[in-house]
Design a protein around this ligand. Structure first.
Ligand SMILES: Cc1cc2nc3c(=O)[nH]c(=O)nc-3n(C[C@H](O)[C@H](O)[C@H](O)COP(=O)(O)OP(=O)(O)OC[C@H]3O[C@@H](n4cnc5c(N)ncnc54)[C@H](O)[C@@H]3O)c2cc1C
Length: 348
């Protein structure tokens, strides 16, 4: 019989993130499929965690445990690991489901090691096969999907954000129990000093956006007039991102050019890179512009539901079945027109 622990940390304002609610949704769906399984909630929070617990009181969990205090205000391996360990033990959990936030991804495999358990990261679904839990994850840069089961317990499963629907329910009062946990100075040697973040007008990566705009190296190439047009490229791309509140991805070729200090698209960094050696973002729609659609790039599009591309070349990689729609057109002209329409203009 499994004891499922939904384990999460709260956000700075004491609430639960969308990723946390998605993982809770997966835990709630799993419990009835495993005969005799129970569901416990474990919360790590700088405040008393009562508001977070109340917000999910209707989840059907039988116990609500918390590790709370100012030591958990920000991510730190030692204290986060201690909290996860204490909550897992207090719950006597056999199966721990946690959102794959950077905070949990960093410490959960270590917690599994301490408790002689196992951890699986980058899990995209958890189901039941032959009466036992089974996790789905992608291998070889999202090219192969595998389903696996484990006999070892406790089993820590980190669910990728964006893999499921966030749980929603009416708040109620939850009877919160504090898990016994001792935090001493040895665990607090790493100190959080502050945030360094790009200026908000430079923010181009928006994981929650409905649309991913991907720019390729074509934006930097000589165009029909024999000239490059980096200023136009910057204006069109940033204008579109602003108007559509889209997230920005880049091909490896383009981010490498920017990284080499060429005055190409200064807002483009390696963090924007999509693909085999880049990221695998999740958005309902994606639009590739001036990007060829080569296989190492396209593997990063695995979780984009609807793919469109604009390329001058009718034989580009997208044309070979990798895009749902390919516009054989000049991306400078198409984006100019799109921005005009987004600004309230009528289609020409
Ligand atoms: C091991 C390995 C890992 C890799 N990992 C990645 C990865 O993670 N991500 C990644 O992106 N790449 C990756 N690559 C590189 C990848 O194979 C491609 O070389 C790269 O993605 C090509 O980038 P691009 O399409 O921007 O540039 P190009 O191949 O130079 O294509 C530019 C395109 O722009 C088009 N174009 C030019 N002007 C216009 C215009 N006005 N309007 C419309 N279209 C126009 C051209 O027709 C052309 O198709 C990897 C390669 C290897 C070997």
């Amino acid at each position: 019989m499994e004891t499922i622990l939904f384990l999460t940390h709260t956000e700075a304002d004491g609430s639960l993130s969308k990723a946390a609610r998605e993982t809770l949704g997966a835990a709630i769906a799993l419990q009835p499929a495993l005969p005799g399984a129970s569901l416990t909630v474990g919360l790590v929070s700088a405040d008393d965690a009562q508001a977070a617990a109340d917000s999910i009181a209707g989840s059907g969990a039988t116990r609500f445990l918390a590790a709370t205090g100012p030591d958990f205000a920000s991510a730190r391996y030692a204290t986060d690991a201690a909290a996860a360990e204490a909550l897992t033990q207090a719950a006597q959990a056999t199966l721990v489901l946690a959102p794959a936030t950077s905070r949990w991804a960093r410490c959960m495999p270590g917690v599994a090691q301490r408790l002689h358990g196992r951890a699986d990261t980058h899990v995209t679904a958890i189901t039941v096969e032959d009466g036992a839990p089974a996790v789905t994850r992608w291998y070889y840069r999202q090219r192969i999907e595998g389903v696996s089961q484990r006999a070892q317990r406790p089993w820590f499963v980190l669910l990728e954000p964006g893999s499921g629907e966030p749980w929603q329910g009416a708040p109620a009062h939850a009877a919160l129990e504090q898990a016994p946990i001792a935090i001493d100075n040895r665990l607090c040697r790493t100190v959080f000093c502050g945030w360094r973040a790009p200026r908000t007008d430079q923010q181009t990566i928006r994981p929650e956006a409905d649309l991913l705009l991907v720019a390729g190296a074509g934006w930097t190439k000589k165009q029909a007039d024999g000239q490059t047009h980096p200023a136009d490229a910057e204006r069109l791309i940033l204008g579109f991102l602003h108007a559509a509140q889209a997230s920005l991805g880049g091909s490896k070729s383009l981010v490498d050019l920017s990284g080499e200090g060429q005055a190409v698209l200064p807002f483009m960094t390696h963090l924007n890179q999509i693909g085999q050696t880049g990221s695998t973002p999740r958005h309902p729609k994606g639009l590739a512009t001036c990007c060829h659609g080569e296989e190492p790039h396209v593997v990063g599009w695995r979780f984009i539901n609807e793919r469109r591309a604009i390329n001058l070349d009718p034989n580009c990689g997208w044309a070979r079945g990798k895009a749902d729609v390919l516009y054989v057109a000049d991306a400078f002209a198409v984006m100019e027109e799109l921005n005009r329409i987004l600004a309230g203009g009528r289609p020409a």
